[in-house]
Design a protein around this ligand. Structure first.
Ligand code: SF4
Length: 351
């Protein structure tokens, strides 16, 4: 493993659950023999919910002129960063809707404002947003990335990846960056020296073979760039979504099978995060034996998944305990997966 795509698909669909888990655990232990499970304390800041992309699975966005539409001010964002730091947070994950009313200078000045007044690692602007900026401001994606980076952007999140197969994207997110474009923007970001994460949201009408195709495409880019630090997958949260509330919610077994096959296929991506925010803490623990070596983030604020009525919350102490109970040693990390020493000031606060 990984072998031919058809063999991988057969293993994904037919292998007994625990056999799949054992193989994923073997890959994980090869990469992370030290039994450490990391997590990061951060805050998800959704700077605007105004969006014209109309993704069928999204319960978060509002169309322009909707009374519930918002764009946060710099001061509001600065305040959220200070609250994050007070709770031991070391980064912000900053993503938003495709808002046609915001000028490019607003983003650049926001990044400069944060770095000057509230310095923190900024993990922000998914490839879909970068593609939207490039189209709206008539720039090429490389220039957009360079300007964001020069203004203070540190790394790029893998948001908006969903399933990187065009047939599926045409069904659920037609107006957003296509599969090729999403991966192209990630590759450019890597070439420009940025590390990024990569995601997969499944259960949106794709076949199992298309999930494997998604993983293969990620693996291919990673083999050229080495720029993906981590892979995160989760199932669609169908409640309150515009067109997908009829979709059945996939179960925990399917989640475990999916993280396991991802760990096996993506043997060139160093880290796999357990998505306890969507799956719950107990399945998150089990995922640590199905290939995951990271417990993701203790998100101080999360708007997108909670808009679909899925909200699992916890504290740093509880995360430590859950990781120990699963047989591992917990450690807090930064975005680049470096470990924050226990005597560092950031670890003195408890969220
Ligand atoms: S997922 Fe993102 S791009 Fe799609 S509608 Fe929601 S906010 Fe807009």
């Amino acid at each position: 493993m990984p072998g031919a795509m058809s063999d991988i698909l057969d293993f994904y669909t037919d292998a007994p659950l625990l056999e799949l888990g054992a193989e994923a655990d073997r890959v994980r232990r090869e990469k992370h023999p030290d039994d450490v499970v990391t997590f990061i304390v951060d805050r998800n800041i959704n700077y605007t919910n105004v969006c014209v992309a109309d993704c069928g699975f999204c319960a978060f966005y509002r169309r322009p002129k909707h009374p519930q539409g918002y764009t946060l001010s710099y001061e509001q964002i600065g305040q959220k960063i200070e609250e994050t730091k007070a709770l031991g947070g070391v980064q912000i994950l900053m993503q938003g809707g495709h808002n046609p009313y915001i000028k490019f200078e607003w983003y650049l000045n926001l990044l400069r404002y944060i770095k000057e007044h509230h310095p923190i690692h900024i993990h922000g602007f998914s490839p879909s947003e970068i593609d939207f900026f490039a189209k709206l401001y008539r720039m090429d994606a490389r220039t957009v990335i360079r300007e964001l980076q020069a203004a203070g952007l540190d790394s790029v999140p893998g948001g908006g990846g969903e399933i990187l197969v065009q047939r599926v994207r045409d069904l659920v997110a037609k107006k957003k960056a296509g599969a090729d474009r999403w991966l192209e923007i990630m590759e450019i970001a890597h070439q420009e020296g940025m590390k990024t994460t990569v995601t997969m949201m499944y259960g949106i009408g794709e076949t199992l073979a298309e999930r494997i195709e998604h993983l293969e495409r990620v693996r291919e880019v990673q083999s050229r760039t080495g720029g993906f630090t981590a892979f995160i997958c989760w199932p669609l949260q169908p409640e309150n979504t515009p067109t997908m509330s009829h979709q059945p919610k996939t179960d925990a077994v399917e989640y475990l099978r999916t993280v396991a096959i991802a760990r096996i296929v993506l043997d060139n991506v160093p880290n796999l995060q357990a998505s306890w925010v969507t799956m719950g803490l107990k399945i998150g623990q089990v995922a640590l034996r199905f290939g995951c070596n990271d417990f993701g983030s203790l998100m101080i604020e999360e708007n997108v998944v909670s808009a679909a009525n899925t909200t699992h919350r916890t504290t740093i102490g509880e995360l430590d305990r859950l990781i120990r109970d699963a047989g591992f040693r917990p450690a807090r990390r930064r975005q680049d997966y470096s470990i924050i020493p226990a005597d560092h000031p950031a670890t003195a606060s408890a969220a």
